[in-house]
Design a binder for this molecule. Sequence first.
Ligand code: NA7
Length: 869
Amino acid sequence: MRRPVGAGRSGKIMGKIMSRSDVDVVVVGAGFAGMYLLKRLRDAGFSHRVLEAGDDVGGTWYWNRYPGARCDISTTDYQFTWDPELHEQWTWSEKHAAQPEILRYAQFVAKKHDLYSGIDFEVRVDRAEWNDATHKWSIHTSTGETITCRHYVMATGCLSVPKEPDINGTDRFRGDVYVTGRWPHEGVDFTGKKVAVIGTGSSAIQSIPLIAEQASELVVFQRTPNYSIPAFNGPAPQYRVERLKADRAAYEAEARLSPTGVPITMPTVSALSVPRETAFEMLEVAWKKGELLEPGLVFMDAGTNRAANDVVAEFMRTKIREVVKDPVTAEILSPRKHPYGTKRPCMDTNYFQTYNLPHVRLVDLNSSPIRTITESGIEFGDESHDFDAIVYATGFDAMTGAIVSVDITGKDGVTLKKKWEHGPHNYLGLTTVGFPNLYMITGPGSPSVLSNMMVSIEQHVDWITDTIIDMRDKGFETIEPTPAAEESWRVHCTDCADITLFQETDSWYMGANVPGKPRVLFPYIGGVGRYRRICDEVRTRDYLGFVLEGSGKRQVNDGPIREIQPDVEMVLDMMATLGLPPIESMSPTDARAFSEASSAMRPTGPNVGEIVDGVLPGAGGDLNYRLYRPATTGPHPVVVYYHGGGWVFGSHVSDDPLCRAMCSMADVIIISVDYRHAPEDRFPAAADDGFAALKWVADNIESLGGVPGQIAVAGWSAGGNIAAVTAQTARDAGGPALRGQLLLTPVTDGSRQHPSHQQNASGYILTKSLMEWFWNHYADPSDRTNPKASPLLAKDLGNLPPAMIVTCQYDPLRDEGDAYADALRAAGVPVQHLKARGHIHTSITMVDALPSGVGPRQKMAAALKGFFA
Ligand code: NA7
C-alpha cells in the first residue's frame, strides 16, 4: 500500500483554511510519534505542518527494511492504545511482527485517520531559528520553503541517522554496498553472492541468518559479541492476550506505570541469594518465554551488581556453547567484557545456529582487524578476501543524531549542536534551556530506547499536546525550562545511571559508538512509570521548572523536580504499598520485635576476617558487644560503635551490615556495643553505658587486637548521639583520648524543633512523630537541654576529636546534624561534613540494598582511616 496521491496538501483545520506558511505547530517526522501527534493537534484545533523526509509514514519501519527486521517487543504491547477501535480492526499475525507488517499497520492507521492529508512527504528540515521578537520558530526546508510556527516538535526517532562508516577505504569498494538502516525498498537478492556483514548488533543479528540462506559465502566481521535470546516467534503470548481480553484498560494502565512500558512482574530475588543451579533454572524459564525483557528481570540486582549480572551473563554464554558446534567460534561469540543488558540485548531466529553452516565464517576483529576495504573486498589480519557485497550493520548516531543534524539555532544565536557538545542537557528529555517551544519526542533524558517505544511515544505526545493546550488556554506564548531545573534533571539522570552497570560499557546508549560524542547515559534509566509520574507532577505543580510568558504575563515556577536518590525512592514506594503501621503506634516490645523482623530480611553485608561476641561491664551491668575484625593482619585501630534505634530498640548486632562494611572498607576493628534501652532505663543510662564501654575497650585494647591509643567512636542516629556525648564525656574526664568521631545522622538536639523536623516530618521512614516518641521514652523535657542528651547544647565544643558528620537531605534530623558540624567547626574542631544529597535517615545503613549508599559509605570509611593515619 502506498500513500494516496495528493497527500500533504490540505490546509483545512476545523473548517477554516489556514495559512500553510505560518502555523501553530511544525512537527518533523511521520513515524508513530508524528502520526499520533498529528491526530492530537488536529483534534485540539491547532494549525500544523508535519514534514517527513521519506515518501510514506512509518519512520523507523519505513527505513529499516533489511531482511529479518522485526520488533523485539510483543505485538500485544507494541501498538497504539489511543484508538481502541484499532484493536478490533487490526490483527497481528505473530508475536514479533516483521517490518512489512508494522509498516502496513502504520499505513492502515494513517488511512483510517486521514493522516496522509496532513503530512508533507519528501521534505527535509535543513535549518530552524528561534525569533525572540516574534516568539516564533522559522523552519527552512529542503524544498526552499520557510514556515513559521509557535511550537516546533522533533519527532525524528532515536535510531534514524546511520553512523558514518569509520573504516578505511569504504569509498573504494566497487561491489554492492548496503546499510541496514537504509535498505533498498525493492529488497536485495544475495543468491550465489559472496557477502560480508560488518557489525553484530541487533540489525546484524536479525539479518545474518536470512542473508546466509541466500549467499554462497558469508563472512561476519565482529568487533564485540552480543547477548541474544531466541525470539521463539509464533502467536502472541497467551497470558498477555488473555489479560488484554479480560481488561485492556487495566493492562494498558499497568504498562504506562511499569518500569519498561510492558507489564512485567518485577523481581524480588537477588541472583546471589540462590545456588547457581537454581538461578539457571529460573533464567531458563524466562529464556523460554522468548520475550526480550524477561531474562534481565529475573533477578532484582542484575542491573546494579556485577556479580549478580555475571550469573545471567554466564547463563547466556552456556546457551551459545550449547548451539555453536565449534568451541573456538562459540567463545568468540560469547560476550565476556560487558555486563548483560548494558548493550542492547538482541533477539534472534537461528542466529547462533547460522555459524554451524559450512559457508558462514566469523572473523574476530580484535585479533584480525580490518586494515582496509579495497575495490574488490576487505583486507583484514593477514588475509585479503573478495566480496560481491558488503553490508554495513554498523549502527546509528543514536538519540541525538537526528536532532542535531538539523541546524537548530535558539536564543542568542546558540545552536543546539554547540549547546550539546558536552552532553545533551535538557529538562525531562522534552525541552532544553535556550530553545523555547522546542520539544523532543523520546529524546535523550527520557526512557526512550530503554522502554517500549509505543508507550513512551504516546506519553510524550500527550504531554506536549496537553502543555500547548494549557498555554493556549492561559494565554502563554512561550515555555522554556529554567537552568536550575535543567541542571537538577541532569543530576537526577546521573543519580539513576550511577546505580546501574551501564557506564561500564562502551555502547551507543553511552554515545560511545560515535567518535567525539560525549560519554553520558543518553536515555533515562529511572523507569517509564516513575518518569511519567514526574512529567505529570510538573504539570500539576504549575509547570515546575519552567518559565512561561505571553500576553504580558510571566510565570516562573523554579525548582528541582526530583532530588531523592532513585533507589531510595523505590524503597519508599515499596514500603508505601505495604501499609505498615507507624512504629509510634506500637508498644516498645512490639516495636523491638518489628525492628528485629525487618532486620532479618536485609542483605547480610560483606564478609569480615572474624566476628567475636562478648560481654563487657557497663555502667549498670553487663553489656553485649560484637567485635568485627578485618581479614588483614593486625593489630588494627579500634572503633567503638553505637547502634541506632532511638534509645528504644536495636542491639549490638542490629547494625550488623553497616559494621561489616565499615570494618572491611576502613580496615579497622569495629566493636559494636549495646547499651541500656528506654523506657525501662531512661536518660542518662544509655549515655553512661556508652562511656563505660569506651573505657573498657580502651583498657583492653591490646587483648582485643587493637593498637593502643588508636581508638575512635562512631554511631548512627541515637547511636550517633551517644558517640557525640561519649566524645564530650571522654574529653571532660581526661580520657580515653579519641582519634575521631564518626556521626551518621546523629541526634544532637532534643530541646527544640529545627526546620527539617517540619520539612521532612513524614514520608521518609524516620518521622517527626516517631522522633518525638523516641524522645518521650528516653528523656524528660527538662533533661533534654542537658548536653548529655543534646550534645549541641554543650557550652564548650572545643578540644573534641576530629569529626566526620553525615547528614541526609530528607531526614528530620538533618538540621541538628548540620548545626553540630557547624558548631564543632566554629569551636576549632576539624570537621568533615558530608551532606548526603537525596538520602533519608536510614538509607546509608542499607548495605548491599541501596547502591546509592556506597559513595557516602566510602567517604565514611575514608574518614575512619584518616582518623588513624
Ligand atoms: P548497533 O547495535 O549499534 O550495532 C552496530 C554493530 O556494528 C556493533 O556490533 C558494532 O560493534 C559494529 N560496528 C560499528 N562500527 C564498526 C566498525 N567500524 N568496525 C566494526 N564493527 C563496527 O546497531 P544496530 O543497527 O544493530 O541496532 C541498533 C538498534 O536498532 C537496535 O538496538 C534496536 O533498538 C534497533 P561494537 O559493538 O561497537 O564494537
